[in-house]
Design a protein around this ligand. Structure first.
Ligand SMILES: Cc1cc2nc3c(=O)[nH]c(=O)nc-3n(C[C@H](O)[C@H](O)[C@H](O)COP(=O)(O)OP(=O)(O)OC[C@H]3O[C@@H](n4cnc5c(N)ncnc54)[C@H](O)[C@@H]3O)c2cc1C
Length: 435
């Protein structure tokens, strides 16, 4: 249990620098029984808790807002052996994604979710936020990797469904209910996770395209002709200029590029021929760079993966993560800078995302005092296209006021009823998802 203010500080501030709050203390239990004891003690006196994993969340859900106990899961780092027959393993909630990747790769397999915060993000936090990342088009989001979980409920009782059954028709799926619940329904202490084949041969193409529409038009072709496709990432000149400044990288192309599309293929044998054939035929292609060796693959990925850090190095952005029906993505990309400028004329709107899922990360720098006005304008534009106000980061404390744009009153009432049934005192992550 930590109480020294200097030590508490890193648990009280989020990664973006936008959310922070005092905690009464930080508790770091070592196993499920200790987590349960902490939750029971808090429940007995009605003290609220904020559960925290790697603290890389981008919507303020894992930091206190004022006086809560921070329950850190980072010491729950047990990693079981890969069950090769079932293609599964068990992992403590505090295992980081990078440690999980090292562990499963040593056993000749891979984990299906990958994201740039891998060195700190924990599997518990990833399950709680239903994290997506760069491989969703191939393997689905975190929800699709989770076959079982162990969790401590708000009264300190423990539910454990770690058997790893891939078929189980015995009523409500409590495990899946916890995925994406952002710590509001229970504290995940362990997970039963699926593994996927380890495909060591990679080929990356960075395409310079004449428009976002060209990237969207390429999607059906990619799906039909490139089963090796593992990532399709979209970004723009403004983001690349920040990445170059922050990471000291050279310009990827000589001329101005209206839309960048990074494609990665993974396979057992070299997938470059299939990718190159397709690149050669792509409509709206201005230029392309291709990489097959590990160092050049990393170098091309850096233009995309360094976006989040480069943006934060410029200041605290308004950070929004939205998705729209894919066909409407080009229109949204075109409209958003104007929508933002209408409420905050000096702001810079940096866009990037996962094109296959119509998922756009909207980062607005220099919004001054207009954080809420920018959020409102962007989320209204998204909702008007039938989109979601949160694609993969969650609602957290950042977006409860806008949840009604994506969820009907009936859905909200059902969600509140679930919360009320599992956490009647409201001690788990108060203020997260619901205001
Ligand atoms: C550079 C960078 C890149 C990123 N890229 C992506 C990306 O591509 N895709 C994506 O989806 N996200 C991305 N993220 C966001 C973030 O990494 C994910 O949301 C991640 O899942 C958070 O994991 P964490 O362990 O850091 O959780 P935390 O930040 O500690 O917590 C996040 C939420 O989960 C809850 N929580 C944490 N652990 C538990 C638990 N054991 N039980 C119950 N609730 C818990 C917290 O209360 C909080 O509400 C990125 C972040 C950064 C900084």
């Amino acid at each position: 249990m930590l109480v020294d203010p200097d030590v508490l500080s890193s648990y009280e501030h989020d990664w973006t620098g936008r959310f922070s709050g005092r905690s009464s203390c930080v508790v770091r239990p070592a196993d499920t029984a200790q987590v349960a004891a902490v939750v029971r003690a808090c429940a007995a006196v009605g003290t609220p808790l904020v559960t925290q994993g790697g603290n890389t969340g981008l919507v303020g859900g894992g930091v206190p807002s004022g006086g809560e106990v921070v329950l850190s899961l980072r010491r729950l780092t047990d990693l079981g052996e890969v069950d090769r027959a079932a293609g599964q393993l068990s992992a403590g909630a505090g295992v980081t994604l990078a440690d999980l990747q090292r562990h499963v790769r040593a056993a000749g397999v891979e984990f299906g979710v990958d994201l740039a915060a891998r060195d700190s993000a924990t599997v518990g936090g990833m399950a709680a936020t239903n994290a997506g990342g760069i491989r969703v088009l191939r393997y689905g989001s975190m929800r699709a990797q989770v076959l079982g979980a162990e969790a401590v409920l708000a009264d300190g009782s423990v539910v454990s469904r770690m058997g790893g059954l891939t078929k189980d028709g015995t009523g409500y799926d409590l495990v899946q209910l916890l995925i994406g619940s952002e710590g509001t329904l229970g504290v995940v202490t362990a997970l039963r996770l699926k593994v996927v084949p380890l495909l060591r041969s990679s080929c990356v193409a960075l395409l310079a395209l004449e428009s976002t529409q060209a990237a969207v038009d390429l999607l059906p072709v990619l799906r039909e002709r490139l089963p090796q496709l593992a990532a399709a990432e979209l970004f723009y000149e403004l983001g690349v200029s920040l990445v170059r400044r922050h990471a000291g990288l050279p310009a990827p192309f000589d001329a101005h590029v209206p839309a960048y599309l990074l494609l990665e293929c993974l396979d057992r044998s070299d997938p470059s021929e299939a990718l190159l054939d397709l690149v050669g035929e792509a409509q709206g292609l201005l230029d392309a760079r291709v990489a097959t060796d590990a160092a050049s693959v990393r170098a091309l990925w850096a233009y995309r993966e360094a976006h989040t850090e480069a943006i934060n190095a410029e200041g605290v952005p308004v950070k929004l993560d939205v998705s729209v029906p894919t066909a409407t993505l080009p229109g949204l990309v075109e409209q958003l800078p104007e929508v933002v400028a209408a409420v905050s004329p000096a702001a810079r709107t940096v866009l990037f995302g996962h094109v296959n899922e119509g998922n756009l990360h909207v980062n607005v720098l220099d919004a001054g005092e207009e954080h809420d006005a920018v959020t409102e304008a962007v989320l209204q534009a998204v909702a008007s296209r039938g989109g979601s106000i949160s694609s993969e980061h969650g609602v957290g404390r950042a977006k409860p006021a806008w949840l009604h744009l994506s969820r009907s009153q009936t859905e909200l009432a059902a969600m509140r009823a679930v919360k009320g049934a599992l956490d009647p005192q409201g001690i788990l992550n108060p203020g997260v998802i619901f205001a």
